[in-house]
Write a protein that binds this ligand. Structure first.
Ligand code: AP5
Length: 603
């Protein structure tokens, strides 16, 4: 039996041992690679640091539905490497409908395995005769038939030159693996999400025009003329019974397929007007195109010799999903490095896009100083990675730790920050003398803002009992003007002070100020309420991409992995997370008393 609710992470370690290590390993030269020396990660070498971390670039490769030539093509692929798009979703989720619109706008070659197979059936070919029986029964046609058809079509010149839009393939883990083996990978994997009952209604009402191949629906999209209406046909597999069987098969396979395309998967609410859905798809495709152009410009594209395949960028190749064993404290060096890099890339992208009020909220167990003061060490290591990287870009970075607030007997600083500034000063900032030149250490307040400072990184700003940091922060950000200010794991909530001292700013203003910072990175583990084990999943958001919801899965081999369940434009609500974990389509009626739940405080 599952416990009743999911809780967010607050204190997460299974092993309560604090992550403390002797102060000596601050120096990279003396650091051991032991996972417990959490302050020992050396700053990267100058060369390494100079290597630009690319913005998220997608995989690319080769390509396939029979579509008429695009009319009114508005966007031209500016890059030599065209777009490669995969679209998936349950039967009647609107793949074909969206594909028509995508082709019109982007000029891709639409390859629909359903259409290819139907063409074979109506031509009475050997393949068609074999496939007919399976299709009419609402079952999958054997892999070897479909895969050969798809790979042949993908290698044709039009698909290679114009890019492709693959619809209805892969439909099983084996099919996904066939493409992987051939290094055929899309830039983006779009999944249309529609509730079951809507799907059935859409199938039953679907009509096809055999002349133009246009898709209609007797109620939703009726034909334009009586002449068209008279020639419309019904697909033999569009009966309620067959649709249910197709839907079942889709559900059985979808998770395994998604796991192959985790990083590039984008789930889209498909139960909206088709134009609205297309608008969202369009914005994703334009973003992918932009990323590919950027990648080409930065010279990271490696063309494979014989094909027009594009290799993944180094960073993408190295992306290994969410690290596992996150409940083990201390975290391994590999885990820490993963998160430092993940945060750095998101922050760089946000700053390159001109964002100036940013916050990073990374709540892996070892970055959560609320659990014990020692964990501030990992936080400082993260800060060092960020500061050195921006300094390497020639920026003057000020790393700020709030000092004591208040006066006399009421003076104080949050326990977690005690000694932090001193430790920062002792840390190794590399052989190039970055500390004192490009990196300065300061406190929080308007007077800390010097003319020569280019940006500010503020370490875990928070209130102490009776003293609110927000006045000082506000004065500092006002003085910083349009220079970036990045808050690392802030706690700016309106916490009650035991002394009852009134703050100088009103509550609304304080909350408004806290809300003015935009998340450029967010990571949080998910647990059942009231437990810290096992990890059920994670939420991750890395600017400018969507918030991703992952489920943790124990594999039969004893290993664990994280599988993406859904993505969201905003941080999902408790209900949305519940629904995703229960496999409900996201727009199904919400049930707040579901078996999953969160501590609402995190939102
Ligand atoms: P295939 O043709 O691919 O069928 P499918 O995946 O079941 O998808 P559909 O074509 O039914 O739906 P769709 O998502 O394209 O929706 P549409 O836009 O038409 O495959 C058929 C069969 O071939 C399979 O069952 C299998 O046997 C075989 N096969 C194919 N690929 C295979 C593979 N890889 N391996 C093995 N076998 C394979 O829209 C549906 C209806 O909804 C329309 O009437 C439309 O007008 C309406 N509609 C669309 N969008 C909206 C909207 N936003 N609002 C309201 N109505 C909408």
């Amino acid at each position: 039996m599952l416990p009743t609710t999911l809780s967010s992470l607050h204190s997460t370690s299974v092993t309560p041992t604090p992550t403390v290590s002797p102060l000596s390993p601050f120096s990279p030269s003396s650091s051991s690679s032991s996972s417990s020396s959490f302050l020992s990660l050396p700053p990267s070498s100058s060369t390494q640091r100079r290597r630009r971390l690319n913005s998220l670039c997608f995989f690319g490769d080769t390509h396939l539905r029979i579509s008429p030539k695009p009319k009114g093509l508005k966007v031209k692929c500016l890059v030599s490497e065209p777009l490669k798009v995969m679209i998936s979703g349950a039967p009647a989720s609107g793949k074909g409908t969206q594909c028509e619109l995508i082709v019109q706008k982007f000029g891709l070659v639409h390859i629909s395995t359903g259409d290819l197979l139907r063409a074979e059936v109506s031509s009475g070919t050997e393949i068609g005769n074999k496939a007919k029986e399976f299709m009419n029964a609402g079952r999958l046609v054997p892999d070897e038939i479909v895969t050969a058809m798809v790979t042949a079509r993908l290698s044709r010149e039009d698909a290679v030159e114009r890019g492709w839009l693959l619809d209805g393939y892969p439909r099983s883990f084996a099919q996904a693996q066939s493409l992987e083996k051939l290094k055929i990978r899309p830039d983006i994997y779009i999944v249309l999400d529609v509730p079951d009952e809507i799907l059935i209604n859409r199938c039953i009402g679907r009509r096809l025009d055999p002349v133009t191949r246009k898709i209609y629906h007797i109620k939703n999209f009726p034909p334009e003329t009586e002449e068209i209406k008279a020639r419309l046909v019904i697909r033999p597999d569009d009966t309620e019974e067959k649709v249910k069987s197709r839907l079942e098969i889709y559900k059985q396979n979808s998770e395994a397929i998604s796991s192959t395309y985790l990083k590039i998967m984008t789930k889209i609410d498909g139960n909206r007007p088709k134009e609205e859905i297309f608008k969202e798809i369009e914005s994703f495709l334009l973003q992918v195109q932009k990323d590919k152009e950027k990648m080409e410009k930065s010279g990271n594209t490696l063309l494979e010799s014989k094909s027009h395949k594009i290799q993944a960028s180094t960073s993408e190749d190295n992306w290994r999903g969410i690290p596992t064993r996150l409940n083990n404290i201390p975290h391994s060096r590999g885990i820490r490095e993963y998160f430092y890099k993940d945060v750095l890339e998101a922050t760089q992208r946000a700053i390159n896009d001109g964002r100036t009020r940013l916050k990073v909220e990374n709540n892996i167990p070892e970055l959560n100083p609320e659990m014990d003061v020692y964990r501030i060490g990992t936080l400082m290591e993260l800060v060092r990675v960020l500061a050195l990287s921006f300094a390497d870009d020639g920026k003057q970075v000020k790393v700020c730790v709030q000092g004591s607030m208040g006066e006399g007997a009421l003076a104080g600083m949050p326990l977690q920050l005690a000694g932090t500034r001193k430790i920062l000063e002792y840390m190794d900032w590399g052989e190039y003398g970055a500390l004192g030149t490009f990196i300065k250490i300061g406190s929080v307040g308007a007077k800390e803002v010097d003319e020569q400072d280019d940006m500010f990184i503020i370490v875990a700003p928070q209130n102490a009992v009776g003293n609110c940091i927000i006045d000082d922060l506000k004065a500092m950000t006002d003085a910083a003007g349009n220079r970036p200010v990045i808050l690392i794991n802030p706690r700016l909530k309106d916490l009650p002070g035991s002394s009852g001292i009134m703050q100088t700013m009103g509550r609304d203003k304080r909350l408004e100020y806290a809300g003015s910072f935009q998340n450029c990175y967010f990571f949080r583990l998910l647990y059942y309420a009231g437990t810290q084990y096992p990890i059920m999943g994670a939420l991750r958001m890395s600017y400018p991409y969507r918030c991703e919801l992952y489920k943790r899965i124990d594999e039969p081999s004893g290993k664990e992995k994280y599988v993406i369940l859904s993505t969201f434009t905003e941080r999902p609500t408790i209900d949305e997370i519940n629904d995703a974990f229960q496999g409900k389509p996201r727009n199904e009626a919400k049930n707040t008393s579901g078996i999953w739940g969160f501590l609402s405080g995190i939102f």
